[in-house]
Design a protein around this ligand. Structure first.
Ligand code: HBI
Length: 361
């Protein structure tokens, strides 16, 4: 493969996350990462093919759908967990397909946070750009990533510096961001209503209960959007806060999501874990919505305290409540401007494209 000039068009094979079909919401931020990356790089003339589990769909993108059983989510497993795969693993079937067709592509983009793709890297003869979508979860996976980081320098991409630091090989990671937003897709709102928003997979590591507790204390309606990944956890929150002014709007596609999000006076981000990036934060900024986030992980590198939102003491509901009272101090136009510049899809596209050129070159 001869890259004659930086303008060369790449043929890119994207391997999706094996925890759910694309469009199901189970893949969390990875879905937006894949969608925005494919859109942006196609607009630059590169060609994109995606391999994903059956029932995947993502706009007009062409997807090679692969059968098999989904992987367990890594964040629900113990640090010392062994590597587990179901009897007919969709992950293995996806990577067998990739091996079969790899000659047609210049580069493979892996978004699975699983042991197998890292283990298989030396068996492929095409460069693999690994997008590591979470901080350290399972020691066996960390080890597999570490081996690739050493053997294939520059091939481990992470979203943020804080996320990289959860790994012993942080200095071998390339910070490439988690996604970028197309401002045209989000409609700016200058005059919000009396409501707050919370977006994300409804799962314990996202600590929705803290946002509900803040809504309960302030009496301000909290619009909740996202996939109910852990139904028992969701039921427990509703039992614990029977009178909280909450409204669950479901897992919404981007257009409907931004319609509900844009009129909110602020968005709460309450990660209990080290959130690798926090795509929902840049979606809120694109609507002009300030973000109140725990000073932990990705959101702490996205939000400028006092300018595009507030960073509060992690796990402090009182801190959330205090920041909610200060939302009127934020100029919503500053939030929108951050999404149009630093966190725009085109700025992120430049980072990803040069990462790919480095690996192919
Ligand atoms: N768990 N095993 C596994 N594999 C993934 O690719 C994965 C995951 N958990 C969560 C996840 N991906 C994404 O939702 C987040 O990393 C964004």
């Amino acid at each position: 493969m001869n890259i004659s000039s930086p303008q060369s068009r790449l043929k890119i094979l994207i391997l999706s996350t094996p925890v759910g079909a694309l469009g199901s919401g189970l893949g969390g931020g990875v879905e937006l990462t894949i969608a925005n990356l494919a859109t942006e790089l196609r607009s630059r003339g590169h060609s994109i093919e995606i391999i994903a589990p059956i029932d995947s769909e993502l706009g007009d993108l062409s997807i090679i759908q692969v059968p098999g059983e989904l992987q367990l989510t890594a964040q629900t497993q113990e640090l010392a967990a062994s590597i587990v795969m179901p009897g007919n693993p969709v992950l293995a079937n996806m990577w067998a397909k990739a091996r079969e067709i790899q000659a047609d592509y210049d580069i493979i983009f892996n978004t699975a946070f699983d042991w197998l793709p890292f283990y298989l890297t030396p068996f492929f003869d095409r460069p693999i750009a690994h997008f590591v979508s979470m901080g350290s979860q399972i020691a066996a996976i960390d080890l597999a990533i570490h081996k690739v980081a050493v053997g294939y320098p520059g091939s481990i991409g992470v979203c943020t510096r804080t996320q990289a630091e959860t790994f012993s090989f942080a200095d071998l990671c390339c910070v490439v961001g988690g996604s970028g937003v197309d401002p045209a897709v989000y409609e700016y709102c200058a005059a919000p209503e009396d409501a707050l928003a919370w977006l994300g997979r409804i799962s314990p590591e996202k600590a929705l209960e803290d946002a509900v507790a803040a809504a309960d204390r302030t009496g301000i309606k909290l619009k909740i959007m996202g996939k109910i990944q852990d139904p028992d956890y969701w039921t427990q929150i509703q039992r614990d806060y029977p009178n909280a002014p909450i409204e669950y709007l479901g897992f919404l596609p981007t257009h409907e999501l931004q319609q509900a999000l844009r009129t909110c006076q602020g968005m709460l981000m309450t990660p209990r874990w080290v959130e690798a990036f926090g795509n929902v934060a840049i979606e809120a900024l694109a609507c002009g919505v300030p973000v109140i986030a725990y000073r932990r992980g990705g959101p702490a590198e996205i939000i400028t305290d006092g300018k595009t939102g507030f960073l509060v003491e992690p796990d402090s509901v009182a801190g959330l409540v205090e920041a909610i009272g200060r939302l009127s101090e934020i100029d919503r136009a500053d939030c929108r401007r951050a999404a149009e510049t630093v966190f725009s899809q085109s700025a992120w596209g430049n980072v990803i494209e040069s990462w790919f050129y480095r690996l192919v070159g």
